[in-house]
Design a protein around this ligand. Sequence first.
Ligand code: FAD
Ligand code: NAG
Ligand code: NAG
Ligand code: NAG
Ligand code: NAG
Ligand code: NAG
Ligand code: NAG
Ligand code: NAG
Length: 642
Amino acid sequence: MAAAFCLFGLLFPSVLSFGAAQGTSGHAYPLFEYETRSLTEEGLEKLLAGAGASDSASLFAFDDGTKANPGPSGPACKVFPGDAEWPAQNTWQTFDDLLGGALIETVPVAAPCYQNTGIYDAEKCAAVRDSFSNPYFHENDPTSIFWPLYQGRTCMVTDDPNSSNCTHGAFPVYAVNVSSVSQIQLAVNFARNANLRLVIKNTGHCYLGKSSGAGALSIWTHNLKNLEYHPDLEIPGYSGPAIKVGAGVTVREVYAEAERNDVSALGGICESVGYAGGYVTGGGHTPLSGLYGMAADHVMALEVVTADGHFITASPEENTDLYWALRGGGGGTFGVVTSIIIRVHPKLPVVTSTFTLSTSPTVSADAFWEAMYSYFSLFIPFTDAGTYSWFTLFSDTNGSHTFSMEPFFAPNHTLTSFTTLVEPWFAKLRALHIPFTPTTTAHPSFYAAYNATWGSNIGLNSAGRISVPSNRLLPRRNWEDPALFNATFAVLRRHASAGRLLMGYHQAPRNRAGVDNAVNSAWREAVCFLILSGRLPAGVTDPTAEQVRAASVDLQEEVIAPLREVAPESEGGGAYLNEANVDEPMWREAFYGVHYERLLEVKRAWDPREVFYATTAVGSEGWEVRDGEMGVQTQNGRLCRV
Ligand SMILES: Cc1cc2nc3c(=O)[nH]c(=O)nc-3n(C[C@H](O)[C@H](O)[C@H](O)COP(=O)(O)OP(=O)(O)OC[C@H]3O[C@@H](n4cnc5c(N)ncnc54)[C@H](O)[C@@H]3O)c2cc1C
Ligand SMILES: *[C@@H]1O[C@H](CO)[C@@H](O)[C@H](O)[C@H]1NC(C)=O
Ligand SMILES: *[C@@H]1O[C@H](CO)[C@@H](O)[C@H](O)[C@H]1NC(C)=O
Ligand SMILES: *[C@@H]1O[C@H](CO)[C@@H](O)[C@H](O)[C@H]1NC(C)=O
Ligand SMILES: *[C@@H]1O[C@H](CO)[C@@H](O)[C@H](O)[C@H]1NC(C)=O
Ligand SMILES: *[C@@H]1O[C@H](CO)[C@@H](O)[C@H](O)[C@H]1NC(C)=O
Ligand SMILES: *[C@@H]1O[C@H](CO)[C@@H](O)[C@H](O)[C@H]1NC(C)=O
Ligand SMILES: *[C@@H]1O[C@H](CO)[C@@H](O)[C@H](O)[C@H]1NC(C)=O
């Protein structure tokens, strides 16, 4: 808050480190410096005394399990600004003192565009507009998110500073700019004891708005940027090369660290996504999934602040149920991850190939669809060969069709083995007289291949989107049974022919590392992953709630339902919780597969007082965000029990 509080906080660094005793001695795994600054009961007592805040002890105390837990008969809602129970200003100041000045009273990122905020500034507003599609702009802000739809669009960039008022909407009202584990512990304790809504924001990329929340206190992990390579790590359950990744590190930063050390790390295709937050805890698919499976399968240990406020390790030897759940069971649910240790792999060559196929005066629609049939029918041999692709398929209303392979990604392949693998498909394309000119390149490493393909794809990374996203995982059995394959292909063809963009991947992570974790069982079956979205009226950039609702209904009824019909959850179909539709009615089955009940047990064991909430997260069925009519479920409302 005020500068004075920052200075005040600096007077107590020795008190903070005093509390680190448990942090260093109780952990069998290497810790970052910011993890050595953690609190025990005694450390907290000293910190409170030093800040003259001993009379606020109950607000910041750990949960020692002795107080009765009212469970569902507790308060009906989390407290909200303006409520009588909302902490008083001097309590927030005490909290800031304890944090060493790291508390931010948040301001919506586009506030300079509005008169009512009192900070109207045309130039600053123009700068926000210029940066609005840059994901790093939102990452650097304590509360801004990639998809403003879920915030409630209450403070969008505008040219007219007087025509509407900027309000907080689902932006948390306070954020802790975290630089030590002790600050996370204080925030978790305060939120639990004061019945505050608690949010964790890393990059804010979540497709479902789970890193925002109206009236919330946010733990902002962005500045936990530490990365450490260990060439020969010896830890329980693993010995070999590993990287320790701080909670605020992005996918590109992990890739660069791996490349520097001549190894490969598993990450996604968007460079600005956070690594140890939502990506890994949600499972994490990767262009290397055909060799190694999901990113979560290679997490050897996690450091975590749990709902009771304690700082622990989740590993194959300690807190094993939490270790199981945090690898695939979803972010914002079981605790605050402060860092993870990932196993890394040998540097390997990658072949990539990009090309387009389209209808033309010499290529009929029938020939085009035969070419598509030929591609899709090869997903089993393609994924058996460890490869992956990212493609788009678009049909214009004038009857033209275009398919872009961007790229076919063949890790550990040579140009020769790649050519052999794709020959059945390419031979078919030649037989159909479809012209195509692949740009095929052999790269010396994963990062080089990444750079040459997604690494400069600005469009992929662009933030500030108004769209209603979803996805679907299709299992191998839909390819093994010829009639079912034809039915599946017919759904995809109808989808594209209706003028809907079809984006997707051939990929099969399976359980290639042979691990037991909470990754959605649908991922283990999949050979195809589709990215889908609901249709907003053409040209609309600021849809009304009715238009958003219509797009969401369209998505469920016209897009998801036919895919579910050919690949229901009971037969291995499902969806990836990280890139999903927030209004998915079957989210338990679709996002968690066979693991939901076990995950719910872990949630109840580790968060009995329901400190952590995220929409569609494990255990969230007991709660709702009362956001009124916004078209889709947003985070712009009070969080209450159902
Ligand atoms: C353009 C784009 C491309 C993508 N490509 C891929 C891809 O190739 N593969 C893939 O698997 N995914 C991909 N994703 C999805 C991505 O993995 C998710 O959006 C993920 O949730 C982002 O995590 P984050 O921590 O960066 O984001 P945030 O929005 O900050 O957080 C996401 C969720 O994780 C929780 N969380 C964040 N940090 C922590 C923490 N330290 N401890 C506990 N919970 C935490 C948050 O509370 C929230 O619930 C992509 C997303 C985008 C926008
Ligand atoms: C908005 O209102 C302020 C005063 O409240 C006025 O000075 C300004 O000219 C108005 N701006 C526009 C663009 O109408
Ligand atoms: C903005 O808020 C003020 C104060 O509540 C109100 O008087 C004004 O009408 C609002 N303006 C708009 C455009 O809603
Ligand atoms: C957050 O804290 C870091 C130091 O850890 C500081 O450099 C940065 O400026 C702070 N950011 C904000 C928005 O306060
Ligand atoms: C159809 O539309 C596409 C753009 O989507 C365009 O490239 C193509 O030339 C059009 N074809 C015809 C026959 O008009
Ligand atoms: C990559 O190929 C090499 C040489 O063929 C082989 O030894 C290695 O096991 C392969 N790596 C993986 C992960 O399949
Ligand atoms: C990848 O791109 C980054 C950013 O442009 C660059 O710094 C890095 O050297 C590149 N690495 C490789 C292996 O291409
Ligand atoms: C599937 O479709 C192909 C191509 O249209 C056709 O040749 C084949 O007979 C069909 N198979 C079944 C089992 O329907």
